[in-house]
Design a protein around this ligand. Sequence first.
Ligand code: HEM
Length: 457
Amino acid sequence: MTTPAGPPTVRATFSTYRALFDRSRSTAMFEKFAQHGDLVEIRGPLFRLWLCSDPALARELLVDHGRSVTKGFGVRMISIGLGNGILTNEDPISHRRNRRLINPAFSASALQKYAEVMAAAAMRADKRWRAGQVVEITEEMGRITLDVVGRTLLGDDTERDAKTVIDSLEVILKRFGIGFIPGATKLLDTNLPPAVKIKNAVASMRSTVERVVTAHKRGDRDYDDIVAALLAATEDGEGFTEQQVLDETLTLMLAGFETTANALSWTWWLLDQNPAVAAALRAEVDATIGDAVPTYADIARLPYTMATIAETMRLRPPAWILEREVKEPIDFGGYHARIGTTILTSPWIVHHDPRWWGTDAAAYRPDRWLNDAGEFDHGAPGQPRGAYFPFGAGSRMCIGEQFAWAEAVLVLAILARRWAPVTEPNQDVRTWAAVTLRPHPGIRMRLAPAPALAPAS
Ligand code: HEM
């Protein structure tokens, strides 16, 4: 029996091209394509790509065929700024080795230390916030996650350096239409042509991190951060070159900053629309940690808070689409995929599918993540494997997953006990599907004090 040549075809239309420029239309466009089948080929005059929207197929792509595919065009673009860190590294042997070298920086004992940094960053925001103040919540969450990546990666006195790096990354990404922080480009954004701006931004961020790495190497004091861990990491007596430490540091900063900021921003917005969820969250935090500063160990004692974050990342997965390019021919979903075929899979589509999540798939229901004993269940009780993959799957799965959980849970727990941000009226908040899924044009929220909890009966 021969394998059929390709999956059912859907033609790109005018709205497909419009969605390329107006990213607030992208998720809806992909949902429409997915209605034609779990595996379809989307065809236009200039491109041809496959979209798979079934949990089993997504795993087949990311896990089973992990060695036969590379990341796609989008990631190649990012490597212009980041160099050859593990996010963009396409050589399977050095990618595996480098992941092994980085892994200890994300061990449980390392996370315990970072949790203190995360809690302190949230406490600083807690002190900074004023009742009645109207803030752009994505900027506030970006400020906290920048504070955290800056201190955990570069050291505790490097807020300025972290900002320079992130601002420079912003300039680079914005040139590809995927910028994040409104206004951040001021640093380098003059009337220079785009190529010069990118070059300047790359030079600025690399020289900043270079300076930090050199200070670490001089060893004039004891550093206890991720750069120090990368410099110390060895396998068979060999470690990273200084250049590689630089690339990996920039990579972790980019990957770790915006994704978590988006998850937290969407959480505040969803909590505002779901007061019963917000009340349940507050009740848990109050009963579990009260006024204390939560630690890494407390995270496991906050199942509803975990579930709240999990449910946000189901409905608003920060990495909403994953791309792979076939590098050796494979049979995929019953079809023959040739070298060069681009295959996409979208956490957004799978996470919203009523076949896996029920008729209330669109509802924000953290309790779907709790088992009968009230414990948080990473698999969402009853869901098929692969129906939830905000951190990807397989050999390229997120290395910072536990870091992100810790950060999101601690920041949310600390801020939710005193604050209940309220969305300002007359805003058309859309999902902007760039490399990450962010609220567009942002969300203005008024910082209202959290309502007092009803006394226990
Ligand atoms: C809510 C927060 C986060 C989400 C949703 C997220 C999501 C993802 C996803 C889906 C991937 C896989 C991409 C693919 O397969 O093409 C990934 C990879 C990666 N993430 Fe995260 N991430 C988050 C936070 C972080 C943090 C905090 C860090 C580091 C501090 C980080 C570092 C990385 C790196 C280095 C990779 C590349 C791994 C590799 O290719 O081997 N991420 N992330």
